[in-house]
Design a protein around this ligand. Sequence first.
Ligand code: HEM
Length: 400
Amino acid sequence: MSNPPVEDFATDFDHTDPRWVADPYPIWDDLRERCPVAHTNRYGGAWLPTRHADVTAIAHDTDHFTSRTVVVGNGRPTEEAPPAPIGVAPPITSDPPFHSHARRLLQPVFAPARVDALEPYVRELCGRLLDPFVGSSSIDASLDFAEHIPVAVISKMLGFPEEDGEIFRGFVHEILEAVDLPQEERFERFAPIEEYFVARIEEHQADPQDDLTTFLLNAEIGGQPLAPEHVFGSMVLLIVAGIDTTWSALGASIWHLAQHPEDLERLIAEPTLLPVAIEEFLRAYAPVTMARLVIEDLDFEGCPMRKDDWVLLSFPAANRDPEVFEDADKVIIDRAVNRHAAFGLGIHRCLGSNLARMELRVALEEWLARFGSFTLSNPEAVEWSQGQVRGPRVLPITLG
Ligand code: HEM
């Protein structure tokens, strides 16, 4: 089911509108000039700040904006379900003060040494995915490559079977893309997700392993074991947060290089530039927009925000604000100063950024080592995801 078309994004925006899905940048640029905090009555009422300063202010203001839910949908979570302070997927859905406990717990899992230890696995995996295409004339950079990497990495970390990747991509679709469905249908579709995770938790309870699932089952906050819904929620978060985010960023990077031979040639000639270029791809094609709910009526920059209005916190729009970034609409792969917001701002800043950066670097290194020249097979055939995480889901590439 799709929503009615948008007449004016300033007063009726919808992030599932096909024009937004295909190319949101001109929409945000126009809004930033004309109506920097846009509004819509859709989804029960939502706001969209497009200036970097406004996105920053809201991301830091946990007194007035709650993370109780971060994905805009047609309904609202009640105060009771999911139960405070844990929320549905801690720490991303937790507010202070509980947030810092839930976050601190996961921090060691993403420490640089732990991420470095995974690098050989990621490199081997990329080789396994790409080698069959060496000598071929085409590959789908999303379906054959990008979508498999983050799924395999997080499955390995949680101790889930690598072959369940397709199941996880289905979960991510239900949680992040099917946002225009009625609330009841959305909840019905969540049932298999719960069943899957409960089964994995029970297996690990019966047979503990050296993995993240067993780590969560043994973890404590203030001397108490985690509540079962905390263990479950953090596992769901890691699957969702880690998969289509990195998949999207990798796909968008390859999409860019397929259309900019000058950038491609330069990266092949100067491989040490790759980490700098990745930061620019993350800025320009930032995949993740998160949401907040307004806690109580307030005036924000002249906008009368009401309790339980959504705010779509567009880190991607902030990253294109010319007030903060020179030539914000240009992709400059050796951009010297690049304090982008792709990993968020404030207390919820991405915990997996080290892991994501490693996966992106290794995946692009392995791709570029095999494919020195490539183009989009057909720009019209590229399909982008719908919702708050944006990236190419179908990306046919001609090699050579
Ligand atoms: C390019 C890839 C990624 C991008 C662009 C990205 C972006 C983000 C953003 C914008 C937030 C802030 C959310 C908010 O303010 O509500 C966030 C939070 C988070 N991300 Fe990522 N992410 C990526 C990859 C990952 C990976 C690979 C993992 C782990 C497997 C991960 C785990 C998390 C977690 C646990 C949080 C919640 C932190 C908190 O609430 O304190 N992310 N991410």
